[in-house]
Design a protein around this ligand. Structure first.
Ligand code: PBG
Length: 329
């Protein structure tokens, strides 16, 4: 036999052969679209650091939800952006049934029903005047246990608005247990909890802060994790599963593929990953300069996140990627 004896290129010769042996595929149903609803808007408003993403009006939110469902997207994650005047020290707008997030959840459910999975971001940062994910103690630190009480109320309000899933994202200790108990006590045993279990305090959330008009002073390093830690992420994930998380999420996604893989190995619940605003904005900016093939990089990043072990991916590209993927397979 002539050298080389083994020829891996045989499996790459034609598109049909490559398709036959492809190990990882992303299905539209695995993608979740994050959506922003801004109080008082009559027209959608562009977000300059997130080209192609908007702050929705109630009407445009319904349209975007409808398009996403038509494309086969698996879920919608809603963020509420209240009027600045509606923000206060305790983030009460997040709990108010007439607060913008709960209003939007009701709109989404009336638009899409059970045809996709409607999720609410469960965190106070959009609703607090200081922009932190929880309430502040007298010394200015984020008060873990006082915050938990409010998360429980917020979860019930979202379930009552019809959310299929609540997504506690504040990284408070005990948040999953408190949310689960509050839901159960209010008769919402069937509301699913998606835990932002390993969420890193990094610099990739910049454009999101513009999207939600965040007023954050300082940073979130006393509650979100340090980028170098992976064992700590596993501990967070195990605690969340023990407290009742139905799905666990790692965030951001692409810079933390090793964390996604480690989490996937450790637990048996579904693993999600959030491709955050900074990941999206980097690609959009490079593509706008003609430096990257936008769709190529989009699909490659999603494939990489899927390959690392996330079976659910939150991405601002969800609708477009779902359309592309549907045509592809
Ligand atoms: C907190 C929250 C944030 C994001 C999602 N939920 C911001 C933060 O933790 O500072 C960021 C998402 C993104 O950057 O796309 N409610």
């Amino acid at each position: 036999m002539s050298f080389p004896d083994v020829r891996p290129r045989r499996l790459r010769r034609t598109a049909a052969m490559r398709r036959l042996v492809e190990e990882t595929r992303v299905a539209p149903a695995e993608l979740v679209l994050p959506l922003f609803l801004k109080e008082g808007l009559t027209e959608p408003r562009a977000i300059s650091s997130l080209p192609g993403v908007v702050q929705h009006s109630r009407e445009s939110l319904r349209k975007a939800a409808h398009q996403a469902v038509s494309a086969g997207v698996g879920g919608l994650m809603l963020f509420g952006v209240p009027d600045h005047a509606a923000k206060d020290e305790t983030g009460s707008g997040g709990i108010d049934p007439d607060g913008i997030l709960n209003v939007g959840l009701r709109d989404l459910i009336s638009e899409v029903g059970d045809s996709t999975v409607v999720m609410g971001d469960l965190c106070l940062d959009e609703f607090t005047s200081h922009g932190h994910c929880g309430v502040l103690a007298a010394d200015g630190t984020v008060d873990n246990d006082a915050t938990l009480e409010l998360y429980g109320q917020m979860a019930v309000a979202q379930a009552e608005a019809g959310a299929h899933v609540v997504g506690p994202s504040g990284m408070m200790d005990g948040q999953i247990g408190v949310v689960r108990r509050a839901l159960d006590n209010a008769g919402h045993q069937d509301t699913t909890v998606l835990a932002y279990a390993a969420k890193y305090a990094g610099a990739f959330y910049g454009p999101f802060r513009e999207a939600v008009e965040s007023t954050l002073q300082g940073d979130r390093r006393t509650y979100q994790q340090s980028p170098g830690n992976v064992r700590e992420a596993l501990r967070e994930v195990e605690l969340d599963v023990a407290e009742g998380a139905d799905i666990v999420m790692v965030k951001p996604a692409l810079p933390y593929l090793d964390v996604i893989a480690a989490v996937r190995d450790r637990v048996d619940v579904p693993v999600a990953a959030y491709q955050v605003s900074g990941e999206y904005a980097m690609v959009e900016a490079a593509a706008a300069n003609g430096w990257l093939d936008r769709q190529g990089v989009m699909l490659e990043t999603l494939t990489s996140i899927r390959r690392a072990g996330a079976q659910i991916i939150l991405t601002y590209w969800a609708t477009e990627a779902a359309q592309l993927l549907r045509d592809r397979y």
